[in-house]
Every structure is written in structure tokens, then in C-alpha cells.
Design a protein around this ligand. Structure first.
Ligand code: NAD
Length: 495
């Protein structure tokens, strides 16, 4: 089974991604396809089957049968661990190919795909394989009754993922679901289907039994994703994407009372106090908003700077933003690639226009990059805006692009109030050299993650998720275990 994807060179053949259902690569029931394009130059780089509800149902049936009758849920965690480690080894062995596919499909810079995300894909697999194999069962001896806990798999899991970190976020869901013995139907984002399709092939070749991982391609609503979120044969739904889609999925799942874990949008605050070490705070703040072209859920897009240091901070921050090399993500000297698609570029630029109408001043950036070959792609420069209030729409709504609003504050209480004045609650970022202030802020911040004097650091054992409209539930370590299993209390009379 091959998608016809050449190993590293994309210039000679166009891959065709098909559904993976019941261990076979299949066309859509209605024969429809769509194109996937390179955001660098808008060229067509592959054809993808466009799933309908019928394909979603086929995939659920396959996952259901694999769960009810197949070997996967009946294996020991150690047996599953071995296969998941073999898949991780295959990901490592195909790292160049997967990174190149991710670059041309999503516009992600190759360096990041190669050294950041693909190693994390393998780590997701190994971490959850090990975690599940080492998960203990608690015992509660109490007089004549011995109680203990079991963690059987939940059943069939729907995993729906976005386009901004395609394979990394897909495996953040698929790895724990599989490790705890579930079977899966994965639907990657239609903008970025290629790495998931290739991953499915690698997983099968590495020994994953047929039907355990099914992958369907296409769109939400009443197309392929319809049954994935509304079919009673699905036992869990894990979703990463926008808050609006999360709400729609939860509404559909509520009819069947299917549990949903939702990792959603963000508008995270980044607070820089006047006691901060600016040699750390400036580059980390630049990274916090401009990494991934700002298409990162926990991007620090509201940047609050204590008034006394605002001139110096802004000068250094803007200079470093202007030093970012925007260009072809395949070029090793590039540090920022294009946005995902024209529609998204229009949305991002629309917010910059809105910021101007709201009284903001664009300090740098603010219009599409059209120099040279970038004219054909969806390039937008690092954009820094001042003069806005935290109440402005620009500062309240998720832009999901390289656009930051810089807003001054005076006191710690004001910084905390501003940080928490958002319907989102995904992450908070804080720069200070006062230990007591760091702990005070972390305790009072309404966000799922707080970074102090750093950004992007993750420990996969820790809870990941958001509050407010940034999410429902947490994943990672024991939180993934609790979501992807049906914890069971067993009571045994012993005498
Ligand atoms: P999106 O919500 O448009 O789409 C996400 C996925 O949901 C895609 O696969 C899409 O096809 C599918 N989908 C769309 N409508 C659906 C429906 N009605 N039923 C079922 N599936 C449906 O999001 P996006 O534009 O792909 O991704 C960007 C968003 O994701 C941003 O808001 C970003 O903050 C968020 N995000 C969150 C996290 C996190 O961990 N919290 C991580 C990455 C991205």
C-alpha cells in the first residue's frame, strides 16, 4: 500500500491520500476528491479523497469491529507498547520524508518540522506506550472487602485535529488512545492531510492490526466528520481546533452523551514586569507570538508591558521582530513561513485593518509580503500594534497569526486583571525576577498553563488544556488515562 509519495523529493509526483479503513487504502464512497496546496506558492501538491458521511460510518464500523472482536484491546499493555515503539521507530526512520510533507502541506519551516515536531510525534508514541504499560491499579483493602481499580479502554475514539501542527497534534490524541487499548478514527484537517496519511501506512507496516487506526479525510459538518461526532458507536471524542467548532461538536455529541475532550482556541496574555531580565523576556516574547507564524493556540498575542520599561522593551522587541526572516520554509535560513491559506491570510489582515480602525498604531508589519516568489504564497510579516486597549476586538478575538497587541500596565493587580479579562483561558506567560510574584500570579491566573520566564516547555505527564472557551477537560499523563479509559471500581469480599 503506497500513497505514491516519493521519499523526500516532492517535485516528481503528486501524492494521492486515500482513507485508511479496515487496513486498506480506499477511495471515497462517492468518488469525490479535493486538492491540497503548498502555502508557499499555492501550487497543488496532492489529491485527497473527500469523505462523505458514508465513509465516516465505514470507518466507525471498522473501528468498532476491531474493538469488539480484534486483538488490540485484548493485548497486554506491554504487547501494545512494543508495537507503538515500533511505529515510533518507523517515524524516526522516515523523519526527513514526514518533515518535508509537513512543510509543503502546512508551510511549517522544515527545521521546526525536522527537529521539533517529528521527534515529538515519536515521543508522543513512546511516552504514552510507556505510561500505559506502567499505569498501576490502586488497591483499597478495607476489612472484609478488597477494592481495586481497573482502567479498561473506553472503546472507539474519534480524534479530530487541526492544521497548525498536523501530525504532532494528531498523535497527541492517537497515541494515548491506542496505548490504553482503544481503536481510533482520525480525521486530520483538510488543509494538511498528507502526514497523517503517511503515518497510517507506517503504523500498519510496523504491525498495528487492521482496523485499529482508521483515517478519513475531508470536512466537518454533514460531510465525513458528521457521524464521527454523532454516532452512538463512538465512545470518546477528542478534538483540537477552534472554540466555535468545539461547541458544535459538543452539541452533536450531547445527543448520545458521548464524552468530549476539547482543546480549543486562545488569546493568551504575556506579562512583562519591569524587574524582568529583558535578555530572556524579549526573545521569548518574540518566540511566543511569532513562532509558527503566530498560528499557535497558546501564542502570547496580548503583550502587557509594565509602563516604565515600555520604550526599551518595545524598541528591542520590534527590532527582533523585524530581524525575523520571512520566506520559503524549506530554506534553512528562514525563520517564519507563510500562513496556511488565502482565507486565513484575509482573516489575519482583516484584523490588522480592524486594529487601525480601533485606534491602533502599526509599529511594524501590517501588510501582506509580496516580494519575489512570496507573491504567490500566503506570507504575512511579524506585526506589532500599539495604542489598543484590552477591550478592543483586536485584543479580545483570536487572530491566529503573527499579530500582537502591546498594551502598558502599571501594577501587578492591574496586570492580573488584564490577563484574566478574556473569554479564553489557555495559557499565561510571565516574565519577572521576583519569585513571590511569579507564584502569586501563577496561582491567580485563569489559564490551563502558566509559563514563568520561558515559553513552549512541556512535560507530557502534566495536564494540558484550557478553561473558559479555550477548552473542556485536560489531556496528558493521567489525564489522558482518565479520558481514554472507563475507570472501574471492583469490590471483592475476601472473608
Ligand atoms: P477548526 O475548528 O476549523 O477545524 C479543526 C478540525 O475540525 C478540522 O479537522 C476540521 O475539518 C474539523 N471540523 C470542522 N467543523 C467540524 C464539525 N462541524 N464537526 C466535526 N469536525 C469539524 O480549526 P482549525 O482552523 O483547523 O485550527 C485552528 C484552531 O485550532 C485555532 O482556534 C487554534 O487555537 C486551535 N488549536 C487549539 C490547540 C489546543 O491545544 N488548545 C492546538 C492547536 C490549535
Amino acid at each position: 500500500m503506497t500513497l505514491g509519495i516519493p521519499t523526500t523529493d516532492m517535485s516528481h509526483a503528486l501524492p494521492c491520500a486515500r482513507h485508511l479503513i479496515d487496513g486498506r487504502a480506499v477511495e471515497s464512497a462517492n468518488g469525490e476528491t479535493f486538492e491540497t496546496r503548498d502555502p508557499h506558492d499555492n501550487s497543488v501538491i496532492g489529491t485527497v479523497v473527500r469523505g462523505s458521511a458514508a465513509d465516516g460510518e465505514r470507518a466507525i464500523k471498522s473501528a468498532r469491529r476491531a474493538f469488539d472482536e480484534g486483538p488490540w484491546p485484548r493485548m497486554t499493555p506491554r504487547e501494545r507498547r512494543k508495537i507503538l515503539h515500533d511505529i515510533a521507530d518507523a517515524v524516526d526512520a522516515h523523519r526527513d520524508e514526514l518533515a518535508m510533507l509537513e512543510t509543503v502541506d502546512s508551510g511549517k519551516i522544515t527545521r521546526q518540522a525536522l527537529h521539533g515536531e517529528m521527534p515529538r510525534v515519536a515521543q508522543n508514541l513512546r511516552f504514552f506506550a510507556d505510561y500505559a504499560a506502567m499505569t498501576p491499579s490502586e488497591a483499597y483493602p478495607d476489612g472484609a472487602v478488597l477494592g481495586y481499580t481497573l482502567y479498561p479502554p473506553a472503546g472507539v475514539v474519534t480524534a479530530i485535529s487541526p492544521w497548525n501542527a498536523p501530525l504532532m497534534l494528531a498523535t497527541w490524541k492517537v497515541a494515548p488512545a491506542l496505548a490504553f487499548g482503544n481503536t481510533v478514527v482520525l480525521k486530520p484537517a483538510p488543509q494538511t492531510p498528507l502526514t497523517a496519511a503517511r503515518f497510517g501506512e507506517l503504523a500498519l507496516a510496523a504491525g498495528l492490526p487492521e482496523g485499529v487506526l482508521n483515517i478519513v479525510h475531508g470536512f466537518g459538518g454533514d460531510e465525513v466528520a458528521g457521524p464521527l461526532v454523532s454516532d452512538p458507536r463512538v465512545d470518546r471524542i477528542t478534538f483540537t481546533g477552534s472554540s466555535a467548532t468545539g461547541a458544535r461538536i459538543m452539541a452533536a455529541a450531547a445527543e448520545q452523551l458521548t464524552p468530549v475532550s476539547a482543546e480549543l482556541g486562545g488569546k493568551s496574555a504575556n506579562v512583562v514586569f519591569d524587574d524582568a531580565d529583558l535578555d530572556i523576556a524579549v526573545p521569548e516574547s518574540v518566540k511566543a507570538i511569532f513562532a509558527g507564524s503566530g498560528q499557535v493556540c497558546f501564542a502570547g498575542s496580548r503583550l502587557f508591558v509594565q509602563r516604565g520599561i515600555l520604550p526599551e522593551f518595545l524598541a528591542r522587541f520590534t527590532a527582533q521582530a523585524e530581524d525575523i526572516v520571512v520566506g520559503d520554509p524549506k530554506n534553512p535560513s528562514t525563520s517564519m513561513g507563510p500562513l496556511i491559506e488565502q482565507r486565513h491570510l484575509d482573516k489575519v489582515h482583516g484584523y490588522v485593518e480592524l486594529a487601525r480602525r480601533e485606534g491602533g498604531t502599526v509599529v511594524t508589519g501590517g501588510s501582506r509580503v509580496t516580494t519575489g516568489e512570496m507573491a504567490r504564497g500566503f506570507y504575512y510579516p511579524p506585526t506589532v500594534i500599539t495604542g489598543l486597549t484590552n477591550e478592543s476586538r483586536t485584543a479580545q478575538e483570536e487572530i491566529f497569526g503573527p499579530v500582537v497587541a502591546v498594551i502598558p500596565f502599571d501594577t501587578e493587580q492591574e496586570a492580573l486583571r488584564l490577563a484574566n479579562s478574556s473569554p479564553y483561558g489557555l495559557a499565561g506567560i510571565l516574565f519577572t525576577t521576583h519569585l513571590d510574584r511569579a507564584h502569586r500570579m501563577a496561582a491567580a491566573w485563569q489559564a490551563g498553563t502558566v509559563w514563568v520566564n520561558c515559553f513552549f516547555e512541556r512535560d507530557l505527564r502534566m495536564p494540558f488544556g484550557g478553561q473558559g472557551i479555550s477548552g473542556v477537560g485536560r489531556e496528558g499523563g493521567q489525564y489522558s488515562r482518565d479520558f481514554f479509559t472507563e475507570p472501574r471500581a471492583v469490590m471483592v469480599r475476601t472473608h
